[in-house]
Design a protein around this ligand. Structure first.
Ligand code: SAM
Length: 344
């Protein structure tokens, strides 16, 4: 553990955390479990459950506190399915208390499939959660349930979305991964859904991160195709980015009612402005979704590292953050973990 010279005392708020490519890292995605109650066809094979252990709430809290002291201002809880994690509401409450450390800047968000959100939305809001993103890959029940492979899931998710809005977990975003031949017939329906439900729908290009072997370039529905198809029925105008590290390109409907976004990591990669780190459920740092190496932060905690030593390790790890991913290039290798086990 080097870097005594890095003066990494968390109490001293050493940020901003900067990588060797000059990017400021302020966004941490934390997987609180790699268990999931859905078996989305493009994500899980459905043959495996959880593969990795989960840290205790106290361990997450300690590690996240160190990240926040280094300049992380956005923490997004994810998984697996984060709402399956027992004690999640209490964890959010304790994370919200870190706001004093971050000078009120800490933005707490959650990505969920929404299945359990109808009862959890209000307690999560009360605990201090700011925002929620719900994943929803179809606007009609049969298509949706063919994807999730869980009967009744469509109504559960719709109920969850409405409960989140009623609880004030806004702006409410809906993530939809599009796959040609599975749900690309939903694009126009989603545009109407965004306007009717007053939510921002964000289409995501499918990345090679599935447990099985489904990905190929033809199955990816590109940003260009999505925007062209929606524009034919509901004209769109591109909106300016709110911040440089924003993953989604934003488009408003030309009558001013509603907005969609497209996250295009495959056809229009945004690695140059990446501000993200990931912490897996077993406490490994991943500096890129497509990293071939993981960094065992939890191992250091278990070995008795102090907070300044953990901070120094994070600072050093961030230095090695990859410049970009190599999806679609010759020699591309999928990471050793799939999306559900990394934390999306
Ligand atoms: N269970 C939660 C959920 O459904 O939102 C959180 C975890 S899930 C892995 C996070 C997001 O990653 C979801 O929106 C999901 O659709 C997306 N996702 C999963 N596999 C993907 C892939 N191969 N390419 C792009 N997005 C993917």
């Amino acid at each position: 553990m080097a870097a005594a010279s890095l003066n990494p005392s968390p109490a001293l708020a050493a940020g901003p955390l900067t990588d060797s490519h000059g990017r400021v890292i302020h966004d941490l995605r934390v997987s609180v479990t790699d268990r999931c109650n859905y078996k989305c066809v493009y994500c899980r094979t459905g043959e495996h459950g959880a593969q990795y252990p989960e840290l205790t709430a106290a361990e997450y809290l300690r590690l996240i506190r160190v990240f926040v002291s280094l300049g992380i201002t956005k923490v997004r809880l994810t998984g697996g399915e984060p709402l399956l994690r027992r004690g999640l509401v209490e964890l959010v409450q304790e994370l919200a208390a870190l706001r004093t450390l971050a000078g009120e800047l800490l933005d707490l968000a959650l990505t969920t499939n929404g299945h359990l959100l109808d009862t959890l939305a209000a307690p999560l809001k009360a605990a201090g959660l700011d925002r929620v993103t719900v994943s929803m890959d179809a606007v009609d029940a049969p298509t949706f349930e063919r994807i999730t492979r869980v009967p009744g899931s469509f109504d559960r998710v719709l109920g969850g979305i409405r409960a989140a809005r009623a609880a004030g977990l806004t702006p409410l975003k809906i993530n939809c991964v599009l796959l040609r031949g599975f749900n690309d017939d939903q694009i126009e329906g989603f545009a109407r859904f965004a306007r009717a439900e007053n939510v921002v729908v964000r289409f995501i290009e499918f990345m090679p991160l599935e447990e099985g072997r489904l990905w190929n370039p033809e199955i990816v529905v590109s940003l260009r195709e999505i925007v062209e198809r929606i524009s034919r029925v509901l004209p769109l105008v591109e909106l300016p980015a709110r911040e440089a590290s924003e993953t989604a390109r934003r488009f408003g409907f030309s009558d001013g009612i509603g907005e969609i976004g497209v996250i295009a990591p495959v056809t229009q990669a945004f690695c140059g402005a990446c501000s993200r780190l990931r912490l897996t459920s077993d406490g490994k740092i991943r500096t890129c979704l497509f990293s071939q190496v993981e960094h065992d932060l939890y191992g250091r905690l278990r070995a008795g590292a102090s907070d300044p030593e953990l901070a120094a390790y994070i600072v050093r790890t961030v230095q090695g953050k990859e410049a970009r991913h190599h999806i679609g290039e010759p020699g591309f290798l999928k990471p050793s973990r799939s999306m559900v086990h990394i934390g999306g």
